[in-house]
Design a protein around this ligand. Sequence first.
Ligand code: SF4
Length: 347
Amino acid sequence: MDKRLERILPRVQKPARYTGGEYNQIIKDKSAVELRLAFCFPDTYEIGMSNLGMSILYHTMNSLDFVWCERVFAPWGDMYEEMKKAGLPLYALESGDPVGDFDVLAFSIGYEMAYTTVLDMLDMAGLPLRTADRAELLPLVFAGGTAAVNAEPMAPFIDLFIIGEGEEVNNELLVLLRQAKKENWDKRAFLTAAARIEGVYVPSLYEVSYQPDGSIAAVTPTEGAPARVTKRIINDFDSAPFPLNPIVPSTEVVHDRVNLELFRGCVRGCRFCQAGHVYRPIRAKKPETLIRQGIETLKNTGHEDVTLRLVRRTAGLLRGAEHRPVPAVSAGGQLLHGDHGAAAEGP
Ligand code: SF4
């Protein structure tokens, strides 16, 4: 552990947020991997470690043997001040290495209020904020998550956006980046090739012209970028990768239990609901899949509770109760209760 960090930790609230070393974290040999990826969550440890999307993508990206994906969370105010005073840069929890030395910074942006924290984390990593000021291919900065669907406010700062669900497209992008790094592509060549992957939006490949009144006249794609970026979705949701050995936090987090994802999407279409639209169409897991995943994950973590999650967010329990597989999952919950002393509950 960095000596500066050792000195700081006794002075901040909840130091376990900043140490890593949790059960089930993934450690790889950094000299043996080809890409080091800092998976950055622009909120506190407790929020990020409760985010099922982050847990899923941490495991899918680490399933590539040439990638080591590590976690990075935004420090709370007291830690932020101490790190600034000590000159300690933003670091990844698994290795403790500075994020600025990584090949990739991947941000998961779930809500617009996190935009400024993304900028703060780039600054703490010692990187220029604007993509135009980062001329080299590496480190590449990309972002996904629900708030990335409305990408324009962050377009000056992020090299490319993942639109939609990341399980498949993230890994396709990393395969391409591995090739680009090996063959010394420049950043423009990589971004042009990346824009051809379905679900990837590269803002710098679009020219925007304006009317005299300041409204947009035209958005013109260049270098073969698609005129319309299509969001990626997982078609076979029942077989989608799901972490059966998620990291067990060493301190209390918001969802301190096993999280099972019943389904994605929602048929209701409430106008105000971002997640309800972004995760369309509705796709469900089979009850037997959920029961198997629940039992396995309980065994691998030691948790005693299971949460049944909907639409990648904590939608209402009533809404979940309207979903047909719930009675079967509830039966699974009873099974879990019988075998493992676990309790199933709604979000
Ligand atoms: S998740 Fe809830 S708020 Fe969103 S569309 Fe569905 S019912 Fe409406």
